[in-house]
Design a protein around this ligand. Structure first.
Ligand code: FES
Length: 564
């Protein structure tokens, strides 16, 4: 390392550098540290436990393991907190706070004296936030995820959050599961520390962090409560110290090629729609953009290989024992950019040249015998979404891929809640449910895109309908759902022009979503559009003023671009 390192980095401004160094070391000694340790390089450990984040229940133990690895490798670990985002404990939605956590992470990495950092996170928004912050801080960094939950059991059936949450809730709404059983299921869905047990957003982002090269190989899917998770923590600590020799920074790891690799992995694992937004935000921090055409080309040539819920049958614990990301990457090898470099300084080619012990082909299928011949997600464009929308074809009903139907419009989240189960709602099977004003500006883009099937249709046996919104959907959800419509309704996108009874056409084959209304009439309707009032103060005012649309990652406009 050249220049100041360890505790001598970034001295506090007193106008006297020697005094600042003297004062810092004096205060550091109050922590009981020896002068020998105070002279070592410093590895920061961004720690995110919170009593409002069940998914991070194991973070303290994991951080201890990282510290052990750092110490064993001859550096000084310094644990520091950042905010923590527990998906189901945040109002109005965790998405609104992802950028706040990214700013917290970036600024604390930059402001405190550390030579490298290990980022410990897991729940949906935390890994994207940490990667965004680390990309902008551009200090050597390693992502360490908390790992997924293990499954529970209910009357002989395996249960895992949160695809099974939705499955059982759907049955409860339809009346086939009673209140006693739903209460029993409530206690059996989330039974350990860790992130959701399926290939939801957290698991998807864990896999993408490894595909990008920001996590150590083989660590994405180790269950949260497995002893290997702690060993991965210790190794991350050692690896962070090795990073001091190579000096590899996130900008050398997150490149156009590694972002494309991550996009391809997203398709192959049948990953979460949310990852499209998060990957755009992470890549955007380094000025990298993947357009809809490129994403769709990648999707069309990449099969779904992983048979996990919500697309298939298994759970993340199965994925780990089946071979994990190492097996997926080897199947995809002919399609990957092999020149990318990971945090260990190895190219992807070097990693994949190593033999793999065993692969469970029931969970991770061979390229020639995939779960689905094409990728899990596609982008849609058309008169309803000129700047794009996302559709998870792997979790949708193929019979609805080519649909033309009558719009049933809900003007916002309150309207949806008030009317979706109204017995007098004018809705029939084959209609298209439309939710407006749930995009980033209007509502922080909550996971409200998984509109419930109207109760009277659910009770009549309807299991899926085309549903369209500018909202997001949980990565654990499923259905024929068009999400992230851009521009969103609140800023005058065509979605705001949809009226009850309009015809809408979805075509997965041509990757289009169209409002079948005369363009002049759409313009006439939008001419009277007024955006909702903006919050007057605080973080929410900043959010509203600067958040970008979904295709740009919903980052703040002043955070994207070049790193420090
Ligand atoms: Fe934290 Fe699902 S709620 S990962």
């Amino acid at each position: 390392m050249t220049g100041p390192h360890g505790l001598d980095r970034g001295l506090t401004n007193y106008g006297d550098r020697d005094f600042a160094r003297f004062l810092r070391r004096s205060f550091a000694r109050s922590m009981g540290l020896s002068t020998a340790l105070l002279s070592q390089p410093v590895i920061g450990i961004a720690s995110t436990p919170s009593d409002f984040n069940n998914c991070h229940r194991g973070v303290d133990e994991l951080v201890e393991a990282v510290s052990r690895g750092v110490l064993a490798a001859g550096a000084l670990p310094r644990v520091f907190p950042t905010i923590s985002l527990g998906e189901v404990f945040l109002n109005p939605t965790s998405m609104m706070y992802r950028n706040l956590m990214a700013m917290d992470t970036e600024e604390m990495i930059g402001a405190q004296p550390m030579d490298a950092v290990v980022l410990v996170g897991g729940c949906d928004k935390t890994v994207p936030a940490q990667l965004m912050g680390a990309a902008s801080a551009n200090l050597p960094a390693i992502q360490l995820v908390t790992g997924p939950m293990s499954t529970g059991r209910h009357r002989g059936q395996r249960l895992g959050a949160c695809t099974d949450c939705r499955g059982f809730w759907g049955k409860y709404r339809a009346g086939s599961v009673g209140s006693d059983e739903i209460e029993a299921v409530e206690g059996r869905l989330s039974v350990t520390a860790g992130t959701c047990a399926v290939m939801g957003t957290a698991s998807t982002m864990a896999c993408l962090a490894e595909a990008l090269g920001m996590s150590l190989p083989g660590t994405a899917a180790i269950p949260a409560v497995h002893a290997d998770r702690l060993r991965a923590g210790e190794e991350a600590g050692r690896a962070a110290v090795r990073l001091l020799q190579t000096g590899i920074t996130p900008a050398q790891v997150i490149t156009p090629h590694s972002v494309e690799n991550a996009m391809r992995v997203l398709m192959a694992i049948g990953g979460s729609t949310n990852a499209v937004v998060h990957l755009a935000a992470i890549a955007g921090r380094l000025g990298i953009r993947v357009g809809w055409d490129r994403m769709n080309a990648i999707s069309d040539e990449t099969p779904v290989l992983v048979d996990l819920k919500p697309v298939g049958e298994g759970y993340m614990e199965d994925f780990h024992t089946a071979g994990g990301m190492g097996a997926v990457l080897r199947e995809l090898r002919p399609l990957l950019h092999l020149d990318t470099v990971d945090v260990e300084g190895r190219t992807l080619a070097e990693r994949l040249d190593e033999p793999l012990e065993w692969v469970d082909r029931a969970v991770i299928r061979p390229f020639a015998d995939p779960v689905s011949p094409v990728g899990g997600l596609i982008g849609l464009t058309g008169t309803l979404a000129p700047d794009g929308a996302v559709f998870k074809r792997a979790a949708a009903t193929p019979a609805l891929f080519e649909t033309e139907g009558r719009a049933v419009v809900f003007t916002g989240l309150e309207d949806l809640a008030a009317r979706i189960d109204d017995p007098d709602l004018d809705v029939v099977p084959g209609d298209v449910l439309v939710l407006q004003n749930a995009g980033p500006h209007a509502a922080g883009m909550p996971e409200a895109g998984y509109l419930p099937i109207p109760k009277k249709l659910a009770q009549a046996g309807v299991r899926d309908m085309v549903r369209i919104s500018d909202a997001r959907m949980s990565g654990t959800a499923f259905g024929s759902i068009v999400l992230h419509v851009a521009p969103e309704a609140a800023i005058g996108g065509p979605l705001a022009a949809v009226r009850n009874g309009d015809r809408i056409r979805l075509s997965v084959a041509s990757k289009r979503i169209d409002l079948l209304v005369d363009p002049a009439e759409i313009s006439r309707r939008l001419a009277g559009h007024t955006p909702p009032p903006a919050p007057a103060r605080g973080y929410k005012a900043l959010y509203r003023r600067t958040v970008t649309q979904a295709p740009e990652g919903c980052d703040f406009d002043f955070l994207a671009g070049e790193p420090r």
